[in-house]
Design a protein around this ligand. Structure first.
Ligand SMILES: [Cu+2]
Length: 195
């Protein structure tokens, strides 16, 4: 009898295996989050954080990516330290990890993939290349080169997740038909987990 009482008490304290209690919330599944930090280095020395333009994205600059999935939405926050002061950077989530070349990161991650896109011709259709179907960030640095950008998109990841964040040379991403998603050359890339 004494043993049974102990087991019942433990079950009450731990919700017995993490299942949902009737009518209760699921605190352990409400948020899924990751956080990763990288320090920019030239391609020959980089592991996760690459600079392809050392004037625009200086080696030693630090990038931090935080991703939180909650209630059907995903919030992505990019923080930077010691980039070029008082400068804007358009950044996106891309499909592939960074490599020695900027193009290694592949195209933009799209929640609904543009059926017209090919490896040679990435999506430039605003119906797909937009900041609700892709993850776009606009980072603006202060006088010390530090800045934070955040976006929340109306989806969570399914089987596919992005693999990297790419910083581009322009401060903003274009939205016009045939140009949507463009933001100039790739100046830096950070391989990071999104889940
Ligand atoms: Cu991009």
């Amino acid at each position: 009898m004494r043993v049974v009482i102990v087991v019942v008490a433990l079950c009450a304290a731990t919700a017995c295996g993490g299942g949902t209690e009737p009518g209760g919330a699921k605190p352990s599944e409400a948020d899924v989050g990751t956080r990763e930090i990288g320090v920019l280095a030239p391609p020959e020395a980089a592991v996760t954080a690459f600079t392809y333009d050392q004037a625009a994205a200086p080696p030693g600059a630090e990038l931090e990516l935080e991703v939180i999935e909650r209630d059907g939405e995903t919030t992505v926050r990019l923080s930077a330290d010691l980039l070029v002061p008082d400068r804007g950077y358009a950044a996106h989530a891309h499909t592939d990890p960074c490599g020695k070349k900027g193009t290694d990161a592949g195209p933009h991650y799209q929640h609904e993939v543009d059926p017209a896109a090919t490896p040679e011709r990435p999506s430039v259709d605003p119906a797909y290349a937009n900041p609700r179907n892709e993850i776009w960030l606009e980072l603006t640095t202060d006088g010390r080169g530090n800045g934070t950008a955040e976006t929340t998109v109306p989806f969570v990841f399914g089987d596919r997740t992005p693999a990297s964040i790419v910083l581009h040379e322009h401060p903003k991403t274009e939205t016009a038909q045939g140009r949507a998603g463009s933001a100039g050359g790739r100046i830096a890339c950070f391989t990071a987990p999104f889940r």
